[in-house]
Write a protein that binds this ligand. Structure first.
Ligand code: CUA
Length: 334
């Protein structure tokens, strides 16, 4: 990867963890993020150069001023001062124009990433999670999931962004810049991953109580791996064969779960909360708040308000046996 020496120095000065993580604009994984990174380092280098020059001149002026006992300003001195001021204003204006051109160039390059046969993914931001829908032109090929976005490496992604309630902001710094999601407006942007990996994303606009726990993950996979995942997500939930799993399904359909969640292949069809048809295939729960393990899921079902206060998931009064059956059912939804 290309990197200039100044950038390496600055990167070394950054606290550990800010540099090469998968939640960092300084570690781009796609052409859009690379353009943003170049602009970022250009502006950082320019800003540093200007700062150093100004401080150096200030120190020089202070040192020079101390030597003089009485100021004696001649006409020639005044002329020279005027020349310095005009020169400094001119250089500042040139730098600002340069930054503007670099900014516009980056914006233009980002806008030119549009492509006809891009894979369209619609992300709807909600308090406080992300609904993810793959908008295949054939309705029976559409996939609905939550908080985790799988994409094939090297394929252009057309991202359609909407908000359900308040203003959120979609931000996966390794892949693209922040895009505000404003209720009533549909934003469309394009991006691409040019290497494999899992890239973290955050909501970058304060959107209420659990704004900090509104995270998502982007999994960039080779085409074949992505296709396998997609086919798996397309399938409805399997009919339970194990008696405990079957009991869990019954509880799911009789208790409050069914009012908010969808499990395709069953009578549960609400889209208020995340689609759970393949919940076991996801790595985290509650939008990146907790890992997707049996223990955490149990705690989440019983008392979600303790884990994520003010979220729309209510507590569920279930007995120990009911919870175990429910967990067995959730684990079967691969
Ligand atoms: Cu959604 Cu902050």
């Amino acid at each position: 990867m290309r990197r200039n020496p100044g950038a390496v120095l600055l990167l070394a000065l950054l606290p550990a963890g800010c540099g090469r993580t998968n939640l960092s604009a300084a570690n781009p994984a796609g052409p859009q993020a690379e353009r943003i990174e170049t602009l970022m380092w250009t502006m950082t280098a320019l800003g540093t150069a200007v700062f150093v020059a100004v401080v150096a001149m200030l120190l020089y002026a202070t040192w020079r001023g101390r030597r003089r006992v009485l100021p004696s300003v001649s006409t020639e001195d005044e002329r020279q001062m005027t020349r310095w001021v005009v020169g400094a204003v001119g250089v500042s204006a040139l730098i600002l124009i340069g930054v503007l051109v670099a900014n516009l160039g980056t914006g233009r390059a980002m806008a030119s990433f549009a492509e006809r046969d891009a894979l369209t993914i619609k992300v709807v931001a909600k308090q406080w999670w992300w609904q993810v829908e793959y908008l295949d032109p054939r309705p029976y090929r559409r996939v609905l999931t939550a908080n985790e976005i799988h994409i094939p490496v090297g394929r252009r992604i057309r991202l359609v962004l909407e908000s359900h309630d308040v203003i959120h902001s979609f931000w996966a710094p390794n892949l693209l810049g922040k895009v505000d999601m404003i209720p009533g407006y549909r934003r469309v942007t394009y991006f691409e991953a040019d290497r494999e990996g899992m890239f973290e994303g955050r909501c970058a606009e304060f959107c209420g109580h659990q704004h900090a726990r509104m995270q998502f993950r982007v999994f960039a996979q080779p085409e074949a791996e992505f296709e396998a995942w997609y086919e798996g997500q397309l399938r409805p939930a399997e009919h339970p064969r194990d008696p405990v799993v079957a009991l869990g399904q019954q509880i799911f359909l009789q208790k409050g779960c069914v009012l908010c969640h969808q499990v395709r292949g069953t009578l549960a069809g609400s889209r208020f909360g995340p689609d759970l048809t393949h919940i076991a295939s996801r790595t985290t729960l509650a939008a990146g708040t907790i890992p997707n393990t049996r223990g955490h899921l149990g705690g989440w079902i019983v008392d979600p308000q303790k884990i994520k206060p003010m979220s729309h998931m209510p507590p569920n009064a279930v007995t120990g046996d009911e919870l175990q059956a429910l967990l067995a059912y959730m684990e079967s939804l691969r």
